[in-house]
Design a protein. Structure first.
Length: 297
């Protein structure tokens, strides 16, 4: 008797590469972690490579209120239904964070940009680190969200650039305190930015004045190459003397919503030009709703 696919999709886990999940009609399943999608027919090219998204009106995908039901994540791993310590949240001015240490060395990072369906992801190479609570974390990738997922004192933003860091393994720092460190940059378009007449576009700072070229195809084999000056991003955006910092411990804002994530939220003086419109035309609105903030977060 032949065996056929019953369900087949891509899942985005904690790594930057998707996993191919295949469920068969005989009850077995396979997982392929090579991060490469096989060629599909033309119809599949416009489909998400993960089995979740942000629109509850689209059949066949899990939207935020149902993320906890995603079958490919074990129940002890999927924390999207947790009541406490979930992200994003609304921040207040009392969440002010005094300092952040970055060591981004890469000047010409040729970042691979992949359209994962619900989000755009930029992979980062080179030696680029953050130091939080005396421990070092490696920059792995940048996720783009529109509108921004976090708010500050009810103020919303057009774009959120989430720089995702993971613990440096094999070092002498011992067990890492956090599962991830995410440095998040909140940006408004040039029409909403305060002091817009004197502000620089973030693209002038990190990409020679050019906004990122984004892939519209959702297969991971289709991507765009962009030169990303991570050194300038750190020096002239995140560490700019006029940048404000906020911080708390929450979770990933995408499945499986892993907890114990140190967030450092920054509000720089740069603006995103009209990039939010470009991003939204490709992935739509991709912000997880604000979560109830628990005591002590």
């Amino acid at each position: 008797m032949s065996v056929h696919y019953k369900q087949r999709y891509f899942e985005l886990g904690s790594s930057s590469k998707p996993r191919l999940i295949e469920h068969y009609d005989n009850g077995t399943s396979t997982v392929t972690s090579n991060g490469t999608a096989p060629e599909e027919n033309n119809e599949s090219k416009n489909k998400s490579i993960v089995n979740w998204n942000y629109d509850c009106g689209i059949q066949g995908y899990y939207c935020p209120k149902n993320w906890v039901q995603i079958p490919s994540f074990p129940k002890d791993v999927n924390q999207c239904g947790a009541i406490n310590s979930q992200s994003p949240v609304e921040l207040t001015y009392t969440d002010h964070y005094p300092n952040v240490q970055l060591d981004y060395q890469e000047v010409n990072n040729r970042g691979k940009i992949t359209n994962l369906g619900p989000i755009i992801r930029i992979e980062c190479s080179g030696s680029n680190h953050s130091v939080v609570d005396g421990q070092t974390y490696q920059l792995r990738f940048i996720d783009l969200h529109t509108p921004a997922e976090h708010t500050i004192a009810q103020q919303t933003f057009d774009i959120e650039m989430q720089l995702v860091h993971t613990p440096v393994t094999g070092s002498t720092q011992g067990t890492s305190k956090y599962s991830y460190v995410i440095i998040s940059v909140l940006l408004n378009g040039d029409d909403r930015a305060q002091g817009k007449a004197t502000q620089r576009s973030i693209w002038d700072i990190i990409n020679n004045g050019q906004a990122f070229v984004l892939p519209k195809d959702s297969r991971p084999s289709i991507y765009a190459q962009n030169m990303l000056n991570l050194h300038n991003l750190a020096k002239n955006v995140i560490l700019d003397k006029n940048t404000y910092y906020y911080s708390y411990v929450g979770s990933l804002t995408i499945p499986p919503c892993t907890p114990n994530v140190r967030w450092v939220i920054t509000v720089p003086t740069a603006n995103s030009a009209k990039f939010d419109q470009t991003l939204r035309s490709i992935v739509g609105y991709n912000n997880r709703p604000l979560q109830v903030r628990s005591v002590g977060m």
